[in-house]
Ligand binder design. Sequence first.
Ligand code: NAP
Length: 291
Amino acid sequence: MTAEIIDGKAFAAGLRARVGDVAAAFEAAAGRKAGLAVVLVGEDPASAVYVRSKGKATLAANMASFEHKLPADTDQATLIALVDRLNADGKVDGILVQLPLPKHLDEQAVLLRISPDKDVDGFHPVNAGRLATGMPGFVPCTPLGCLMLLKDQLGDLSGKEAVVIGRSNIVGKPMAALLTAASCTVTLAHSRTRDLPGHVSRADIVVAAVGRAGFVKGEWLKPGATVIDVGINRVDGALTGDVEFDSAASVAGAITPVPGGVGPMTIACLLRNTLVAAHRNAGIALDEAAL
Ligand code: NAP
């Protein structure tokens, strides 16, 4: 193996600690804690675990956590009414509705109802538009975490060739927008891309967000490339990424492991976004780029 392992767990711990310090200063200045409301509908076990760990991390970062657990048969009007109350609640800076919602609910309508200024997940089309046009808004947490790891590893990304594999609204598309804003030359690949290995072979940066275990092979990579593996796949009970780790690590310059790479960055960036929202909502200045 030649690649440096990018320790997302350690970077995320540092980010959470910085957020905790700034959150304590926010409380002193604003006279209240920054607050994150998380809404869980139904009893999906994986979602319940995510919501619990988000709540714990929020409290550990000196912020207030408001958990709203609704039964699986909650109707659309009740959920929308809760979102409206949270939009109007001055103690709530960020609102997160845990996905997926039960099938009978209209997910898109619920996400559209969240105030874009409390949309710390960055899923609202207004925030997607702000990202696309370079306006301040909220960026989805997973690609934001990937960008932080890349900047920490490589410094200035300007002029680098980047290939993003996957074009979902929550990972691939915002990742491509962030890398474009960082002055990379970006190729956004998907299931219809022709000669994916050919594209990957030219890339200084590869971000894999496909959802297929071991999909990206080491032999596709340009020697020395930086590889960010977003994939979380369960194979025989173990978590594994979208990149074939052993072959990739023998060619890449640096690579994120799964687990312990991108995963821990997602919650850390959620806390960061909530704290940014709190400062904006309270009209208190914050050097957002330094956080
Ligand atoms: P998604 O919505 O299923 O999107 C997958 C993308 O991969 C699609 O754009 C699809 O192309 C593309 N794709 C599928 N097969 C392909 C192929 N053979 N060649 C090239 N592209 C192909 O998935 P997602 O929500 O973005 O998530 C991707 C992965 O990241 C999953 O493993 C997920 O669990 C993980 N994830 C991790 C975190 C984290 O915190 N670390 C957060 C979110 C997601 P088409 O558009 O053409 O269908």
